[in-house]
Design a protein around this ligand. Sequence first.
Ligand SMILES: [Fe+2]
Ligand SMILES: [Fe+2]
Length: 482
Amino acid sequence: MPDGINVDYDGLIPNNVGLNEDLRVRKALETWHPGYIDWWHDMGPEGFQEALVYLRTAISVDPKGWAKFDYVKMPEYKWGILLAPAVEGRTIPFGKHKGEPAWQEVPGEYRAMMRRLLVIQGDTEPASVEQQRHLGATAPSLYDLRNLFQVNVEEGRHLWAMVYLLQKYFGTQGREEAEELLRRRSGHADTPRMLGAFNEATPDWLSFFMFTYFTDRDGKMQLEALAQSGFDPLSRTCRFMLTEEAHHMFVGETGVSRVVERTCEAMRAAGITDAGDIAAVRALGVIDLPTIQKKVNLHFSLTLDLFGNEISTNAANAFNAGIKGRYREDKLADDHALLDATYPVLRCVGGAIVEEQVPALSALNMRLRDDFVADAAGGVGRWNKVIEKAGIGFALALPHVAFNRAIGEFAAIKADPAGRILDAAEWAAGRAAFLPTVEDNLYITSLMKPVQASGEYAGWIAPPKAGIDNKPGNFEYVKIHE
Ligand SMILES: [Fe+2]
Ligand SMILES: [Fe+2]
């Protein structure tokens, strides 16, 4: 019998949800499984399906020791259904049902809203695998290659997590949505993924690190908000996903940090102190700091769009219903109903950026976005420490939230990274200084040569401080040719 902690590995689908006793859902998932494997072969990491990758697999949802490391071929990875342990006596933490017992089934009136949220979250998971599928060919080391694949298989598992909820709780409609999740394709003209940032290309490794730093962090914020849900199976699902998500953000933060470190090191060795001397820095074969800043500007602004409109009745409805909470709802000290509360929101009024107090319920997207910005600022501070330590006078910064937006209040205006509103001519003149240009991207691409010898690293990125699973520096994280 599953005990809710240890994972049953006997069947086709590892799980701690008692799938053996739930024949209907087991059959639905087993029917879905071949399509998933086909999708993984077609759209998963290109060129490495036969490689042995040193991956962690969850064997328990106990916070201590849930990960087991071993060599696996990715198509044989044990994708499973893993929920964090139930919290006894859990009640709905917010909204108009606050204090009622958490739901084990979806209330009829909320089915449509809940299904929509699961599908949107589910769609991002395979999308990022598709976006990253060509990166293996240019990995700067076996260590990085392994980290890419770890992120990829876990995003695959996150798709399983959402598909389980759809199939268990949403009947025929859930099964249809599960099929659709395998049918859409990132960047496809006719059947794209649902959200903008998940249809962008991830053409190089700096983009990958920025994506995992910023865009996976949007995923973290959404999962945190859904982990508060009154629908207990969703809460438990998201709580376990968050343990995996932490590694994705680690890959992003340390990835960018190692690029910054290598650039600073090369500048110092060459006696270059002016970070703005781009030609001199590029002559060293490293990525200049102003270009890294432009990549920050791009990925941060694309990710902000994922939070949706600042003022949103959908967000208010989901909160009121007890379906999607706030970041760390359980740690917040207010009435958790927000009926009379207000929240400050930056708005675009008459061509100017002004702060307005709006009803807190309608500003929940904004609030989650503010929490994201604060969370994202942490890593930028740590990157700047690396630059400072090297004695180089340059600091990376998050751009203003009005910069380069396609959704929400600021979609109608142009602003520079400092938040100064620009007219069309000023934007056109400044664009090349704000966002990566074709030349910048070509330069980055020119550095993307694979390094596949154990313990060696491409010249544009520093080695990591420590190995995965405490492995030594020359560990063969991926056995490419078996
Ligand atoms: Fe994910
Ligand atoms: Fe992720």
